[in-house]
Design a protein around this ligand. Structure first.
Ligand code: SF4
Length: 221
């Protein structure tokens, strides 16, 4: 009988006793830059690891980097990032004081026929699961008091596949498997895709209210 293939060792699990704060983040970022634990690395420019205050009380988690983030190597720097900045400012939160990341660290995309555009594709459950050790490591290093999940993909990755933004948005939820409380809200890119200006205004107001709840919760902790 042919010998079975050795189990795949996820690079995040090779990092043990990672120090909290900036040193730990730098170490994790370096190792994540070479991650090949799922197929997404092959077509993306680079790993987009989380960024922000290394000891932030608040961590914002989105779905995956977009086209601009993939090129820049930083999360939330494109149009969705500008929308997030606006919502944070309206909620009275300084972006410099939070940590921002995604459940998946590589950009998943498909080509647009006849164009150089790269069209965002939603990551699947296998890819989200493969990338989870990086999010767990970010949580271990940053140790936030509260997490805000931006959009359905992040919310379902954290709160389970049955979670619906339409039902549970804007509530302070316990996520025992995740080790801290979570507020789920709209992803800024969903606001950019809103069908009418009215929908867009309502979704932005909801995002701002949910971020304000997050800020208030941290202050009261
Ligand atoms: S998406 Fe995540 S698990 Fe997949 S290769 Fe990139 S960093 Fe690794």
């Amino acid at each position: 009988m042919a010998p079975s293939a050795p189990p795949v060792v996820h690079p995040a699990t090779t990092l043990v006793n990672v120090p909290a704060g900036e040193h730990g983040l730098e170490l994790a970022r370096r190792v994540a830059a070479a991650c090949t634990a799922c197929d997404l690395y092959a077509r993306a420019t680079q790993t987009v690891f989380g960024e922000g205050r290394p000891s932030a009380s608040l961590m914002l988690v989105g779905e995956q980097p977009g086209d601009r983030e993939d090129r820049a190597g930083e999360p939330f720097v494109g149009p969705a990032g500008a929308m997030l900045d606006r919502a944070l400012a309206e909620a009275g939160i300084d972006r410099e004081r939070v940590f921002v990341t995604n459940v998946v660290k590589h950009f998943k995309w498909k080509p647009v026929p006849g164009s150089k555009r790269r069209l965002h594709e939603k990551p699947n459950a296998v890819e989200i699961r493969a990338c989870r050790p990086w999010l767990d490591l970010e949580l271990e290093i940053v140790r936030p008091d509260l997490v805000v999940a931006l959009g359905a993909t992040a919310a379902q990755a954290i709160l389970g596949p049955a979670f619906r933004i339409t039902e549970g948005r804007g509530e302070l939820l316990d996520a025992p498997d995740f080790g801290r409380q979570v507020i789920a809200t709209f992803h800024p890119s969903a606001i950019l895709r809103a069908r009418t200006p009215g929908d867009r205004d309502r979704m932005l107001a909801a995002l701002v209210a949910d971020l304000a709840l997050a800020a208030e919760t941290i202050r009261a902790a």
